[in-house]
Design a protein. Structure first.
Length: 584
């Protein structure tokens, strides 16, 4: 929704801000100080209870001599107007039914007001909407397409044009409508549009059913913008990117290109940097994942057969780094078959894997909650179904493992193909195999605190807490709550390796010298400072790798070092893509 913040065209130091919870606010000193607008009749609903969301004041708009504000809360007046600079406000009569919420507003060159309405504040759950126009005296319903199943939110006017975007229209996809006569007639732009994503091919997304129709026009088109300085230039946002065209006024085909240099809107679930081959493979939310053959170019989609919207875990064979396995999940409501796959060419091509039904006839691999791991030579796959299963012939035959209990999840040693390790939370034990995962026995784990439950993860997208060093046999690292513990001898002895750092996530990278311990990269807090850190001496000393100007929203989901280059780290953010850095 929005825009919630508006500056007075006659006095840019005077600002109005429509809040979600606490009504309308005003600043007369360019935002240095703020006061609630007491003459505004809606004070807000306050902080919402858990599970609730308040839309509050959805927009503030200066239009001629008036200021308008929309409100989306239950029981509130929908549209308010002030003609005395914001001192007093009156409800505006007319317009659509009161159950439609005003989410955006613009004024055209003639001073006419256009308002986009939806029945919910979004982004999901919107089923209907409308576009209304007012000249100050009369209202007109100028909705481009009057049907259920979608709302309206994106809205812009200029150069004699009005553009609106749908939101929540899934079949067909959302679209942008353009009017040349104030909303009396509309042109649906999607059918005559083509999108060129050659500069950012990851936007191609899931595989087409036949041919290559290219990426979708877009979904969640909550913002459109007619460039006030360039007639014909139009941009719109989607749930994936921002598209722009220079030819919005043309009658023929419209060419759109991503307008996203330096901008990425993706959530990363998992990362892995292998010992050979491409420097990085990634698992994304919604768009599966990618092989990153180069770190300075957008990757080509390749996580097909099967396509899984979310990649929840990735693993590779440490001594045969061309062999990869992955598990994932599909959007709700999509048919489920295989949610596991393997590749023998570094992740460019995949084969599906399916585990047999359990004793009750249920397939335990259909929800994306069964991580898969691979031995160091790529010969054995282990899938962490409730009772883990093992295959040594690419899924032709599966069987349980001796000494493995329910909820154990074995991970492979990265150098010795005979070794696997698993955490047994209920018994506070670590068990291991030295025969390729056929049988497991308890490890001494001397020195490890008796609180193994702190290493348990219940979220299928959470990184593993037990990690094997890709460069050294039997070198194990374990996140236990906010601490890292290190075993250099295959789980027989452990010592704390995080010092005073409070660790949120961690990954391993190449040591400075071959005889040094693995470089430890963490997302964590040290001395009250939250950031991205590196230690080359088991947590005794830490170097912060980012600073206060490089925080990417402070939302980090996963971190991985590079086993081939000392000091290189990859960080998966929750909405800002992947960032990486080389440090000395």
């Amino acid at each position: 929704m929005g825009e919630r913040l508006a500056a007075d065209p006659a006095n840019p130091d005077r600002l109005f801000f429509g809040s979600r919870h606490d009504g309308l606010w005003r600043s007369d000193d360019a935002g240095t100080s703020w006061a609630r607008v007491e003459g505004f009749p809606w004070k807000g609903l306050g902080q919402p209870a858990k599970g609730q969301t308040h839309g509050g004041v959805s927009f503030v708009l200066f239009a001629g001599a008036a200021i308008y504000a929309g409100v989306t809360d239950p029981g509130a007046p929908r549209l308010l107007r002030s003609t005395d600079g914001g001192q007093s406000w009156q409800a505006v009569a007319g317009g659509p039914p009161a159950d439609l919420l005003p989410v955006k507003a613009v004024a055209d060159e003639r001073g006419r007001l256009f308002i986009a309405y939806s029945d919910q504040i979004g982004p999901s759950g919107i089923t209907r909407g409308a576009i209304w126009r007012s000249d100050g005296a009369e209202w007109a319903d100028v909705t481009p397409q009057r049907h259920g199943g979608a709302g309206y939110m994106g809205l812009s006017a200029g150069h004699g044009l009005v553009a609106v975007g749908t939101i929540g229209r899934w079949q067909p996809d959302d679209t942008v409508w353009l009017s040349r006569n104030g909303g009396n007639d509309w042109d649906d732009l999607a059918p005559r549009s083509r999108r060129d994503v050659s500069a950012v091919p990851f936007l191609k997304g899931q595989p087409p059913a036949s041919g290559d129709p290219g990426p979708e026009f877009g979904h969640w088109i909550a913002g459109v913008l007619l460039d006030p300085a360039r007639p014909g230039r139009l941009a719109y946002v989607t749930g994936a990117t921002i598209y722009a065209t220079n030819d919005a006024r043309a009658a023929g085909e419209l060419l759109w290109k991503p307008w996203v240099e330096g901008i990425e809107q993706t959530a990363i679930i998992t990362l892995a940097s292998p010992t050979a081959g491409p420097p990085l493979l990634s698992g994304f939310g919604d768009i599966a994942g990618f092989v990153h053959s180069g770190l300075l170019v957008s990757p080509q989609p390749s996580f097909f057969n099967p396509f899984l919207s979310n990649t929840n875990n990735l693993d590779y064979a440490g001594r045969q780094a061309n062999i990869w396995v992955r598990s994932g999940s599909l959007w709700e409501g999509r048919p489920r078959d295989a949610t596991l796959a393997w590749s023998d060419d570094g992740g460019f091509n995949w084969q599906p894997l399916k585990v047999p039904p359990a004793a009750n006839g249920k397939r335990d691999d259909l929800e994306g909650s069964a991580p898969i791991h691979v031995s160091a030579d790529g010969g054995v796959f282990i899938v962490c179904t409730p009772v883990p299963l093992r295959t040594a012939d690419r899924g032709q035959n599966w069987g349980p493992m001796k000494g493995v209990a329910q909820d154990d999840c074995p991970v492979g040693d990265k150098r010795d193909p005979q070794r696997f390790y698993a955490l047994r939370f209920n018994a506070n034990q670590i068990v291991a195999s030295t025969d390729g995962g056929q049988s497991f026995r308890r490890l001494p784990a001397v020195g490890l605190p008796p609180e193994l439950w702190k290493a348990r993860t219940t979220n299928r997208e959470a990184p593993r807490t037990l990690v094997a060093n890709p460069l050294r046999v039997g070198d194990l690292w374990l996140r236990l709550g906010e601490e890292i513990w290190h075993s250099p001898d295959g789980g027989r002895r452990f010592r704390k390796a995080s010092g005073a750092m409070k660790v949120q996530q961690f990954g391993l990278g190449r040591p400075r010298a071959d005889t040094d311990p693995a470089t430890l990269f963490v997302i964590g807090t040290l001395g009250g400072v939250y950031g991205i850190w590196r230690s080359a001496d088991e947590g005794r000393n830490w170097l912060r790798l980012n600073d206060d100007a490089h925080q990417w929203g402070r939302r980090f989901r996963v971190i991985s070092g590079d086993p081939r280059q000392f000091g290189r780290v990859y960080v998966g953010t929750d909405g800002r893509g992947i960032v990486w850095r080389d440090s000395d």
